[in-house]
Design a protein around this ligand. Structure first.
Ligand code: FAD
Ligand code: PYC
Length: 416
């Protein structure tokens, strides 16, 4: 049950919210912790929450160089689905989707989960075949996934232009009805609040600048707010994964690219599902405020600048206008970029490393939001037991030397 009744909400509204406490503390760093998590994005906070809740380890610090949720967690378009091709990916993304379904109740915080359906369009025969193959694979894994032909696409999402003479003709698409969107800052705040309540120290404005080791094992971190001792360090820094790993001379098969998104002026409800098009590098949904939330493919240069080129979003907008002619007169209000951490097989890295006590969770590329609660859950298990959770095992770093890649470029859907 929620902590606040309608009467207490009214009272707080009238008295300037004097009765509301902080959602989480602002602790000073302690000298030592059992686990230090680097990165206060949703994945890092979820990891801390599940470590405390399910493994009884609450002497944890989450160190964030900026503010929690200021990285990709606060910059993404929150599309959630589990319709990946391979069994290994289906397992982790479906694990997450099941958790999203009950997360508001679990955290006692409304993450505004909306299962409005995600459509992935096909514009040519080859793409249609590839998507249909994925639908079959999804069904074998018990994941809801269905093929809609062009007429059914139009019925499901009336603003889509399905004219055969369109520049990007719509042959059909896959629909995952349980897919959808949620509210990124609510997820970050929900996990932060719940982790804090379990004793986790969330320390913002605290950048990790070095990692200390002795005899091949980690012993602590050097930060902009002093040294902290710990036997276990978990790196959950998305686009900065290679930067942290290089502190231990570990070279990751990850490249960091900008990925951009933008929102229109707010309008009345116009599109009540999510539409993605891999071929045209654009996707769209509508926020609860009424803005159209539009995303593009990656900027191909490497960098850490959290901004991208105008040509990339011009291309995405041209495609959106072709697919949705009725949106052509909308003005765009804001644009931003995040730094996505892309692995060669478009799958994440979750697990141990050759340095004892150093764990890594990264490489989610353009698609890690949807995995957040599942990622945090299996990573917490891996850290607590010093052994990969069975769902995390296929995503170990060794797969790049063993050759057991989990090639998900098709399902990743946003061009890498
Ligand atoms: P982040 O939220 O980036 O958190 C990492 C944190 O680490 C940051 O806050 C950073 O400040 C901190 N950090 C870095 N270095 C240090 C250091 N040295 N010391 C301390 N802290 C440090 N995924 C989807 O599934 N669906 C989508 O619709 C989607 N859309 C996207 C749209 C855009 C424009 C972008 C950029 C990404 C999108 N993604 C999407 C991908 C998704 O956002 C990420 O995979 C996911 O949010 C990563 O979460 P995280 O917690 O690992 O990373
Ligand atoms: O992975 O579904 C996804 C996605 C949508 C937009 C960016 N990534």
């Amino acid at each position: 049950m929620s902590r606040y009744s309608i009467f207490s909400l009214l009272r707080e509204g009238l008295n300037g919210q004097r009765g509301w406490g902080r959602a989480w503390r602002q602790p000073k760093p302690e000298d030592a912790y059992d686990v230090v998590i680097i990165g206060g994005g949703a994945h890092g906070l979820a990891t801390a929450y599940y470590l405390a809740k399910e493994h009884g380890i609450s002497n944890i610090a989450v160190l964030e160089k900026g503010w929690i949720g200021g990285g990709n967690s606060g910059r993404n378009t929150t599309i959630i689905r589990s319709n990946y091709l391979y069994d290994e990916s289906a397992a982790i993304y479906e694990h997450a989707l099941k958790k999203w379904e009950t997360l508001s109740r679990e955290l006692d915080f409304n993450i505004m989960m909306s299962h409005r359906g995600v459509l992935n369009l096909a514009h040519d025969e080859a793409e249609a075949r590839q998507i249909k193959r994925r639908i079959e694979a999804n069904r074998l894994n018990g994941i809801d996934s269905e093929w809609l032909d062009a007429r059914q696409v139009k019925e499901f999402c009336p603003p889509v232009n399905v004219s055969p003479s369109a520049r990007y003709p719509v042959l059909g698409g896959s629909l995952q009805r349980r897919g959808g969107v949620n509210r990124h800052d609510a997820v970050v705040w929900g996990f932060a609040r719940a982790a804090d309540a379990l004793g986790v120290d969330i320390i913002q404005q605290c950048e990790v600048i070095a990692i200390k080791t002795r005899g091949g094992a980690v012993t602590g971190v050097e930060t902009t707010r002093g040294s902290i001792k710990t036997p276990k360090i978990a790196s959950v820094v998305a686009g900065h994964s290679s930067v942290i790993a290089s502190m231990l001379d570990i070279r990751l098969p990850i490249q960091s690219h900008p990925l951009q998104a933008l929102v229109s002026e707010p309008v009345k409800p116009a599109i009540d599902c999510v539409v993605m098009s891999n071929a045209v590098h654009a996707y769209i949904s509508q926020s609860d405020k009424g803005e159209l939330v539009i995303g593009a493919g990656i900027d191909h240069h490497l960098g850490y600048s959290q901004r991208g080129g105008l040509n990339v979003i011009e291309h995405a907008l041209a495609a959106i206008v072709e697919l949705f002619p009725s949106f052509s007169r909308l003005r765009m209000m804001r644009q931003w970029g995040g730094i996505v951490d892309v692995c060669p097989d478009a799958s994440p890295i979750i697990g141990k490393t050759r340095v004892k006590g150093f764990f890594i969770n990264g490489g989610w590329g353009t698609g890690g939001w949807k995995a957040t609660p599942g990622s945090g859950h299996v990573f917490a298990h891996t850290i607590a037991h010093d052994e990969p959770h069975p769902i995390a095992a296929p995503f170990a770093l060794e797969r790049f030397t063993a050759g057991a890649l989990v090639a998900e470029h098709g399902a990743a859907a946003v061009a890498h």
